[in-house]
Ligand binder design. Structure first.
Ligand SMILES: Cc1ncc(COP(=O)(O)O)c(C=O)c1O
Ligand SMILES: Nc1c(O)cccc1C(=O)C[C@H](N)C(=O)O
Length: 422
């Protein structure tokens, strides 16, 4: 007998101000999808837009589309569409490349800004040990390229950043590279407060919004962030490998060099001048030709956010997580699954649970058409995407999990053998 109170969950769905948004998405058949924190779902509009761009723009209008369909301006148009979602005024956000590549540009630019200010001794980049590895690798790559005397990484514990940030920022510190929401635990760091402390110590801040953009209110301008990066393939539903974004505060534009100085970042790309002259605005962050099909997908996916208040998104995200925890407790699983995510105010839009059999349980859940994911060493992650996750979804997910645990389905050999990479 199921312990899930589906009528209570259905009542929550009926009162949900975002319920109408679900119909904008292609929901995989008979599936509960709790992995929007890794890959967001496709919208019907995006499916049509990509078909249309392929059929008409590429197929018929071909090269004229660079002007006729504004292909050449897509990075900026998409950036400006994204700006309000992350609390930025227009002209400071551009859509391009991956988070990794944009971080290379932002890190180099911030180091250069410190030198421009006469702060040559500021060569240290502080980040958290449990940050998403690519962020740390990008700093390590720069360290190898420039030499440790010009750039070096100091990894700190999240707890130390929370309790003693002032002690970490010394006269050598150039940059704080901080990811707002930890990909493994879901812990959300107080970015506004960290920026205040960093600035008081002369430190510039780069924020990684991979697990924030589209999931909660972000206020880059209000926070006075210096740079930010983020992806569009998670909560913004731009598609697998969709181009990322980069934000540069208006006050820094025109003040730094960007080392990946490609022709799309030139003041006049189509003048084909032999000498590089950077674009005066946010286009300086561009390097090469935009991926038009991918960017068209992001552009149309962002339409799902039209008229959406991100405070409402956040409220629903926390209510979905709360419903998950309640149903888990009602099913008698709360002690077996140790929740490693912090309390509501200090977490993002996911819950992570430690369990020695997390990998096998996750595979069994996926086979039962509940898509969650696993992160080493032994965490089961469930992500909530308020635009399409329903409260009923939560009930079905916990019901399946209860069944898998009761029947010990996860002990079957096909679930015990590790094969999946993501
Ligand atoms: C916090 C964070 N940063 C960066 C990335 C990856 O960046 P990229 O777009 O370079 O693959 C991810 C996940 O893929 C992430 O969770
Ligand atoms: N970007 C990814 C990819 O290219 C393949 C598989 C997964 C991803 C992810 O987004 C992972 C994700 N950042 C995470 O939080 O684990």
């Amino acid at each position: 007998m199921s312990t899930i109170d589906f009528s209570a969950l259905d009542a929550l769905d009926q009162r949900d101000p975002l319920a109408d948004k679900r119909q904008l998405f292609v929901i995989p058949e008979d599936t509960v999808y709790l992995d929007g924190n890794s890959l967001g779902l496709l919208t019907h509009a995006t499916q049509q837009r990509v078909a249309e761009v392929t059929r008409q723009q590429w197929g018929q209008d071909a090269i004229s589309s660079w002007n006729k369909h504004q292909w050449v301006h897509l990075p900026r148009l998409v950036g400006d569409k994204l700006a309000p979602i992350i609390g930025a005024a227009t002209g400071q956000v551009i859509c391009c490349d991956s988070i990794s590549v944009n971080l290379f540009k932002a890190l180099s630019a911030a180091l250069h800004l410190q030198r421009q200010r006469g702060e040559q001794q500021r060569t240290k980049v502080i980040s958290t040990r449990d940050n998403f590895p690519t962020d740390l690798y990008m700093v390590q790559g720069l360290e190898q390229l420039l030499g440790a005397q010009h750039c070096h990484l100091q990894m700190v514990e999240e707890a130390d950043l929370l309790t003693a940030a002032e002690d970490l920022f010394d006269a050598e510190t150039a940059i704080l590279l901080v990811t707002e929401v930890n990909f493994r635990s879901g812990r959300r760091l107080p970015v506004a407060e960290l920026i205040r402390k960093a600035h008081a110590a002369g430190v510039l801040v780069i924020v990684d919004l991979a697990h924030s953009a589209g999931a909660m209110p972000v206020r880059l301008d209000e926070w006075q962030a210096d740079f930010a990066v983020g992806c569009t393939y998670k909560y913004l539903n731009g598609g697998p490998g969709a181009p990322a974004f980069v934000y540069v505060a208006q006050r820094h534009l025109g003040q730094f060099v960007q080392p990946l100085a490609g022709w799309f970042g030139h003041a006049q790309p189509f003048a084909f001048e032999p000498r590089y002259e950077p674009a005066p605005g946010i286009e300086i962050m561009l390097s090469g030709t935009p991926s038009v099909l991918a960017m068209a997908a992001v552009d149309s996916a962002l339409d799902a956010f039209a008229g959406v208040d991100l405070a409402v998104v956040r409220e629903k995200s926390l209510a979905l997580a709360e419903a998950f925890l309640q149903q888990l407790a009602a099913s008698g699983l709360a002690t077996e699954f140790e929740c490693i995510s912090p309390a509501a105010a200090e977490r993002g839009s996911q819950l992570s649970f430690a369990h020695p059999q997390a990998y096998a349980i996750c595979q069994a859940l996926i086979d039962a058409k509940v898509v969650a994911d696993f992160r080493a060493p032994h965490y089961l992650r469930v992500g909530f995407t308020p635009l399409y996750t329903s409260f009923r979804d939560i009930g079905v997910a916990v019901e399946q999990l209860t069944h898998i645990m009761r029947e010990q389905t996860y002990l079957q050999p096909q679930y015990q053998k590790r094969h999946a990479v993501t």
